[in-house]
Design a protein around this ligand. Structure first.
Ligand SMILES: [Cu+2]
Length: 268
């Protein structure tokens, strides 16, 4: 009981994760806390039992022969088969549920919800191109019931940098800027080899593949500057393939976007 309660307490109160800066980060963290609790209980339980046994059952000076040959214990074998089976089954089902709640099971371009237009000028199904991967929906529900369309950004990964193109302003940035509280839709493609776009603070990672676009949708929540890390070994300078994502409050984002916008703004 003490072991289980202690493990649960540690899982809930010891935080090993960086700041949570996207809408799905709290969902992910919920799973992490549960897994960390289970891991702590198993680790302390097993290591504690090993240390106890090393001391309690050590060879005493008077003991000269072999130990008792004990073989077979059906109740014990049932117990140590059933407990891991239940734990693994629970973790599997719970992970699926979390992935579903993060939007991982939402079809990206299979004609389910196109109320919010994808940023791609020619939707993948029209030119026969399939977009793979990525999680989340490309729009979020507004307070009035309508949908807020995602900010479209095209990500190009190459050895050894990320480039961010803003099609709505026709400019390219080496630093990703996104507005807090608004959905963002990244369309990613690699120029050379497989890379991976990872923002630990967003709890998101997605492969970036040559010749095969992938999509990553998310809603940033916490203003700040966070690292973007390439998480796929992509060559000798893979370790240096980093960038930054700046989550701006909507006004600062607007100002940054307008300062970079190269398209003529038609005055009304
Ligand atoms: Cu890379």
């Amino acid at each position: 009981m003490i072991l289980v309660l202690g493990g649960l307490w540690i899982g809930q109160n010891v935080n090993l994760l960086p700041a949570d800066a996207s809408a799905n980060a709290p969902v992910y963290d919920e799973l992490f806390r549960v897994l960390f609790s289970i891991g702590t209980i198993l680790f302390i339980g097993i290591v504690g039992l090993v240390i106890f046994s090393l001391i309690r059952f050590r060879r005493r000076p008077s003991q000269r022969g072999d130990g008792l040959a004990i073989e077979g214990n059906l109740p014990l074998e049932i117990f140590w088969t059933a407990v891991p089976a239940i734990v693994v089954l629970f973790v599997g089902l719970y992970s699926y549920d979390i992935y579903d709640r993060m939007g991982g099971m939402t079809p990206l371009n299979h004609g389910m919800d196109h109320s919010a237009p994808m940023h791609d000028p020619s939707p993948p199904d029209e030119n026969g191109e399939r977009v793979w991967g990525g999680i989340g929906t490309s729009s979020i529900q507004a307070k009035d019931g309508g949908a807020i369309a995602a900010v479209p950004i095209e990500v190009t990964a190459m050895q050894f940098a990320f480039l961010f193109r803003y099609p709505q302003g026709d400019f390219i940035s080496g630093e990703l800027h996104v507005p807090a509280g608004k959905p963002v839709s990244l369309r990613m493609e690699a120029k050379d080899v497989i890379h991976a776009f990872w923002v630990p603070e967003f709890r998101l990672k997605q492969d970036v593949i040559p010749g095969q676009p992938t999509v990553l949708n998310f809603t940033p929540t916490r203003p700040g500057t966070y690292p973007i890390v390439c998480a796929e070994l992509c060559g000798p300078y893979h370790g240096g393939m980093r960038s930054s994502v700046v989550v701006d409050d909507p006004e600062s984002y607007e100002a940054w976007f307008n300062a970079n916008n190269t398209l003529e703004v038609a005055d009304a």
